[in-house]
Design a binder for this molecule. Structure first.
Ligand code: NAP
Length: 318
């Protein structure tokens, strides 16, 4: 007996603004590649409290089956937690949800909503593709202390990296550090997550260069820098979070979460200085592929998704 045809998947993303989101093209490619019927729509919802009724409506649609899955982006990654029945351990740890999927409710009524975070595994999956040394945890410097920094820092710590967070508001980085405490084996004298002010970056980098084992930087060599600030993103494409007169550390890999433009000022400067570097497009694709898998149970081709955003495949509407 053939199984009944499944009705098309109703998927989408909410956040604000969404006009330039690449997610519809990525997921259209995933649907096409897997042959799964469905659509992926934009659901712009303003910052709460203005957008509260709209956000609640989307949650109702997920519960009653009018929507099958939803991505969450800025500014709602924390706000949706209040509407979840459960969080995955990772989303709980990171304190942010970027993917909502459904489970049958035990009471047999509407579905239960599960909040997940695919940014952290998406980042690590892409890092491994670009940086062969990624599986040998050393020291990483993370610029910024916002929502994406949280996912990146936790992913690195869980993989055994030492992390220094450089933030213009160090108190935000301290909150990430405090939240990470349970991830880190309490090894005496091994401070695995350190915080500095962005203005101390030149001092720290110079100390690191002079003494790779300095206590300022931690005991392992600095081999990775991750930009999680939006500095350099369109339209401010000439800006970089790295101070002009500060040389890059030798032998570090530069990973910029910004992917618009494809080559940011930071990535360009790092490459000019001889550092290998990557933008955040791969992370965006990996987190989308993981979300699609949560919703449909099928892994899409990340290559097909990449082609849809870098070349504009003919089947993907602009
Ligand atoms: P966010 O939560 O607003 O955090 C941004 C962080 O950058 C905050 O710590 C902020 O500091 C800092 N910052 C902003 N402007 C700065 C400046 N001029 N100088 C120094 N620090 C500055 O944003 P987010 O969600 O983390 O996103 C950050 C960037 O990552 C965006 O460009 C986003 O598109 C990108 N991103 C990419 C992916 C991907 O898949 N590739 C995923 C998520 C995000 P304050 O707190 O002091 O404002």
């Amino acid at each position: 007996m053939t199984s009944p045809a499944r009705s098309p998947y109703a998927l989408g993303v909410t956040g604000y603004p969404l006009a330039h989101s690449l997610s519809p093209r990525l997921h259209a490619a995933a649907l096409h590649d897997t042959g799964i019927p469905g659509e992926y729509r934009l659901y712009p919802v303003q910052l709460l409290p203005a957008g509260q009724a709209d956000l609640e409506y989307l949650m109702t649609c997920l519960r009653d089956g009018r929507l099958d899955g939803l991505n969450i982006t800025i500014p709602h990654k924390q706000a949706v937690i209040a509407y979840m029945d459960a969080l995955t351990p990772l989303a709980q740890q990171i304190g942010a949800v970027n993917t909502i999927f459904r489970r049958e409710s035990h009471e047999g009524r509407d579905h239960a909503l599960i909040g997940d975070n695919t940014d952290a595994p998406g980042f690590m999956a892409d890092l491994h593709k670009h940086f062969s040394q990624a599986s040998i945890p050393q020291s990483a410097l993370v610029l910024g202390a916002g929502g994406s920094a949280r996912a990146v820092v936790y992913a690195l710590l869980m993989a055994g990296w030492q992390v220094t967070i450089a933030a213009r508001r160090p108190e935000k980085a301290v909150a990430i550090q405090a939240g990470s405490a349970s991830l880190i084996a309490p090894l005496p004298g091994d401070q695995r997550c350190t915080v500095i002010g962005l203005d101390s970056l030149p001092y720290m980098i110079r100390s690191w260069g002079n003494a790779p084992t300095s206590s300022v930087a931690g005991s392992k060599p600095l081999s990775l820098i991750v930009n999680t600030t939006p500095v350099g993103m369109f339209p401010d494409i000439d800006r970089s979070p790295w101070p002009d007169d500060l040389p890059f550390p030798e032998c570090a890999f530069m990973y910029d979460l910004v992917y618009n433009p494809m080559e940011t000022a930071l990535v360009r400067a790092a490459r000019s200085a001889g550092l290998p570097a990557a933008n955040g497009l791969g992370m965006l694709i990996e987190q989308a592929a993981l979300g699609f898998e949560r919703w449909t149970g099928v892994r899409p081709s990340v290559e097909a998704m990449r082609r849809a955003v870098v070349a504009g495949d003919p089947y993907v509407a602009g």
